[in-house]
Design a binder for this molecule. Structure first.
Ligand SMILES: CCCCCCCCCCCCCCCCCC(=O)SCCNC(=O)CCNC(=O)[C@H](O)C(C)(C)COP(=O)(O)OP(=O)(O)OC[C@H]1O[C@@H](n2cnc3c(N)ncnc32)[C@H](O)[C@@H]1OP(=O)(O)O
Length: 188
């Protein structure tokens, strides 16, 4: 993983790729920011959310001890509208023995295509995620999640994605997704 990280960091030197910052925190630093966001964009949901519990909120993929869960780093290429995630699923993400849980793969795909969508259009939500699991991903192996922004139609963003082995010889997973840019005028 370190080797791949270094290779991508090298690609960042000429500015063609950007190393996306890790976000081991909520997207908001202050509780008022979280409340303001939810009331603005998710007014219906906000009525059901316990504000005290909200203070304990953490990003799902950053909640395991180092090396045990989701280990990943993302890079972005603006010209190609691509996000690449270098991902190693740790031992706590096991599904079938020795294999990564499909839900963990789906989570990382969602996070990668979601990052693509957020970079393109800001506040978005996943409306649809279609995944074909073609080969089992070995637990604790490093894989590349490649996402590509295919098109934007109004508030809709179509993003495709695949998960491959580092040598690109094995295609583990393919996915397509639809994200919707949230409209604060709508009562979602
Ligand atoms: C350069 C450095 C920058 C660094 C930046 C780094 C940033 C990193 C930040 C971290 C990123 C982390 C990413 C994590 C991503 C996780 C995302 C989730 O899990 S989210 C959690 C999981 N997701 C949720 O919980 C979402 C729950 N769902 C919802 O809230 C709502 O359904 C909605 C908001 C998605 C759409 O509602 P609404 O706004 O009322 O929209 P409408 O109903 O009006 O539809 C608009 C159009 O879309 C169509 N369309 C819609 N849906 C579908 C569909 N399924 N199928 C097909 N089509 C669909 C619909 O037909 C219409 O088309 P048209 O007529 O215009 O042609």
């Amino acid at each position: 993983m370190r080797l791949l990280f270094d290779q991508f960091m090298k690609k960042c030197e000429d500015g063609s790729w950007i190393h996306l910052p890790s976000y081991n925190y909520t997207l908001f630093q202050r509780s008022q920011d979280i409340s303001a966001f939810i009331h603005a964009y998710l007014p219906t949901a906000s009525k059901l959310i316990n504000e005290e519990k909200l203070l304990q909120a953490k990003i799902f993929t950053r909640n395991f001890e180092d090396g045990l869960g989701f280990e990943y780093v993302m890079f972005y290429n603006d010209v190609e509208k691509r996000v690449v995630c270098v991902f190693e699923g740790g031992p706590y993400l096991q599904g079938m023995p020795g294999c990564l849980h499909g839900g963990a793969i789906a989570t990382m795909i969602d996070a990668t295509v979601g990052t693509s969508a957020m970079i393109a259009e800001g506040i978005v939500m996943t409306a649809n995620l279609n995944i074909n699991f073609k080969r089992p991903v070995p637990l604790c192996s490093v894989v590349l999640i490649n996402s590509q922004l295919d098109k934007i139609e109004g508030r809709k963003l179509f993003i495709s994605c695949n998960v491959q082995s580092v040598d690109e010889k094995t295609l583990y997973t393919e996915a397509t997704s639809l994200f919707i840019k949230l409209d604060p005028e709508k009562q979602v």
